[in-house]
Design a protein around this ligand. Sequence first.
Ligand code: KG4
Ligand code: ZN
Length: 365
Amino acid sequence: MLILGIETSCDETAAAIVKDGKTIVSNVVASSQEIHEKYGGIIPEIAARQQLTSIIPVISEALGKGLGWDPKKTTAPPAIDAIAVTAGGPGLIGSLLVGIETAKTLALIWNKPIVPVTHFLAHVYANWIDQEAPPLPAIVLTVSGGHTDLLLMINHGSYKWLGGTRDDSAGDAFDKCARLLGLEYPGGPAISKLADRYFEKNPDRKLTMFPRPMKDTQDYDFSFSGLKTAVSNIVRINSTKYTKPQLAAEIQEAIIDSLIHKTLKAEEEYKPKSLLLAGGVAANKRLREKFESEISASGGSKNLRNSKSKIDLRVPPPALCTDNATFIAAWANFNYKPIAWDKIEAIPDAFEAAQKYGNLKNRPQ
Ligand code: KG4
Ligand code: ZN
């Protein structure tokens, strides 16, 4: 099945054509990140306006590159089987509406089925793209600017939400702490780059400056908002005592340790066949390396098909971790439930969207 995916939940405008949920036919991403850089974060109104400017060129490019479809030469619809669109969960309402209304219009005039997709449930499908399908059940860690969630994925369309952040997302923690250090937006890649510089000179240094909140709680929740207060105090009171690369390395380590600790706790309890990372923060080099060494220390392996590993760790390539439309199309392929276009609405809340469109049964209290 050939699906056109459309993703506009935040500051990326993306369209992709994916075959059978795993082979990329085309993948186009435009980002308004550069405009947001000068404000140090995303301005929703500006993001939505940029979505409007980019949506038609991005979809046309994906159809042109993937299928040679050229509306100047043909009035026939492109040879896709369905359209998948991010309908929420989470997303900025103005940005979401641009993708949804465009997708509905195309579905109507081309007479194609349309599948609404919940963004945070779809991220993990980057692990199905261009690789052998991961074995299920899986523990899924989705870490991004808009979400930090741990799920047990029993099968396609069958999930149990185990826990998530009680305040800031992991990506937000990177972005806000980076801002306190005077680094550019988005903060994750900026902190990672500076931290690497620190590691080059201090490879064996223990990084314990900041607390790891909720480490010993029985649940699968995280808390990252205290980190920015701790960083802000250090920057204000001891601004000359530490270098920026050292603080960057400490911030990164505090976030990563919290994520790894609860994920491995879930792995121990549920004994899944695979551990799947997803979302923008999963592009972080240190996070990937630490997960790999933890898993191989416990007898597991990364993508080794024939190993006797206890657990298969999968991490998408960095370009598929951050927002794009390939995983939107892939989710729709494996959870194919088209609905009437006039029944699709934008739902910014992640759990509301997941319950309506993603078959998620439980939600945080
Ligand atoms: O998945 P994504 O592109 O958008 C959302 O759905 O939110 O994630 C964006 C987030 C930002 O907070 C950004 O700082 C973070 O992912 N990020 C990273 C890295 N690359 C992106 N965080 C840590 N290290 C990275 N290399
Ligand atoms: Zn995302």
